[in-house]
Each structure stands twice: as C-alpha cells, then as structure tokens.
Write a protein that binds this ligand. Structure first.
Ligand SMILES: *Cc1c(COP(=O)(O)O)cnc(C)c1O
Length: 224
C-alpha cells in the first residue's frame, strides 16, 4: 500500500513539473534531484518515465545508481553531477556521470580534461557561476567568467555547453537567473541550468534549459 502511494505521488509530481517545462518556448529538461532519497522513490521515478537525474555527491551517486546502470534496463538514463567535485574524485565521477554541471576552478578543469581523455568519455560540462559572489559558495565570479571559459574550452579542451548557478537564499532568484542568462548569451552558450523546487517556474521564464528539482518531486530529503 505504501509503495503504491509513493509511486503515484512521485508520478504526479513529475507530471506537474513537466507541464510547466513543456509550456515554455524553449526546450526545458527536468533534472530530478535524487540526493538523500530512498531507492524506492528513485525506482518510482524511473517507472514514471523520468530518465534524467541529479546527484551532488559521487559516493552516494554510486550507491544510488551503480546497480541500476549495470542491469541495463534504462539505457537512456542520464546522470548529472550538480555538487562540488574534489579533483581526486574526478575519475569516479567521469566513469559514472553523463554531464558535469559544476566546473568551478582551474585545477578541477585540468583534472576533468585529463581523466576524460583517459577514459575516452568527453562529457558535456557546465561552468558553475557564483552569481551572488558569496565567499562560502563554489563557482566562478562573473568578472572572471570569460577568462575561465577560454581556459576550459581552449586550454583544457573541455566541452562547455552552458552555465549553472545556485542563487543566494536571501535574494530574489530572478536577478541571478537574469544575470546568468546574460552571461551565457555573451559567451554564445546555449544551456542554462537554473531553478530548483522553489523557483523553477521563474527560472524557466528567464530562459532555463535545465531545472533541478528535488524535494518538489520526491518530498523532504533525509537529513545528513
Ligand atoms: C539539492 C539541490 C537541488 C534540488 O533542491 P530542491 O530545493 O530540493 O529542489 C538543486 N540543485 C542543487 C545544486 C542541489 O544541491
């Protein structure tokens, strides 16, 4: 009984977000953020047809996804890394993930490029931009973005497809989404990963091509 409830609830939530995504003039991909959610809920989302998922920790992503990937039942599964990455985990990240959304410093860009070459897996990447210039938060400051983009693209040979941001909690998200959108169009980048459960509708209005929705689909997460 519990299982049936969880499944229908998650399917309903996914459908509701999809309706908003599909109503946008631009194509919008829903990245279902499965961090700190149960395996049962993840399976429910797969059964509901969801194929693109986001995780913020490499180790946990393996726990959630290794078996599912290995059994081959979902060949169109796409895993996005949406959390900070340590360079010593670049190897494992590239082996598991399909998209890296959090390229945020030169050392990491170099490690990713080296490891992608080694594994022959040239994954699409996003640069994470610290639009609020918060010291405690990861990401490249807007003023440093052009140089960093050139470094990633030309020096490292990474395939940078877009920009990603997480706005400060205490400021209107729209301002940050607008800024990210301007920065991307200045660089001629097509993809914009912005918007979470609380603000994905605004993000889509401001041009998001990727929304990362967790609790809005799966419910409240387990605490750390
Ligand atoms: C956890 C997380 C999300 C999802 O947040 P919700 O508010 O649960 O939708 C989105 N993006 C990033 C980078 C996250 O870490």
């Amino acid at each position: 009984m519990f299982k049936v409830m969880v499944m229908s609830e998650i399917a309903k939530n996914i459908k509701a977000v999809r309706i908003v995504c599909d109503a946008a003039p631009q194509p919008v991909e829903l990245v279902a953020v499965s961090k700190r959610q149960s395996q049962e809920k993840i399976l429910a989302a797969l059964e509901a047809g969801q194929r693109v998922f986001g995780e913020n920790k490499v180790q946990e992503a393996y726990e959630h996804w290794q078996t599912i990937k290995d059994n081959g039942a979902y060949p169109d599964l796409m895993l996005h890394l949406i959390g900070p990455l340590q360079t010593n985990k670049a190897k494992d990240a590239i082996a598991l993930f399909d998209v890296i959304e959090t390229v945020d410093r030169e050392k990491l860009a170099r490690s990713l490029a080296k490891e992608m070459k080694k594994q022959g897996r040239h994954l699409p990447c996003y640069i994470q931009v610290n639009t609020g210039e918060e010291v405690q938060k990861a990401g490249i400051f807007p003023d440093d973005l052009t140089d960093f983009y050139v470094f990633c693209q030309d020096e490292c040979g990474l395939n940078i497809v877009g920009l990603m941001c997480i706005p400060p909690v205490d400021e209107p998200a729209a301002m940050h989404f607008g800024l990210l959108s301007n920065l991307a169009s200045n660089l001629g980048l097509q993809k914009l990963s912005m918007g979470m459960s609380g603000d994905y509708e605004i993000a889509i209005e401001l041009g998001a091509t990727n929304v990362r929705v967790g609790s809005g689909i799966f419910g409240v997460r387990d605490s750390l």
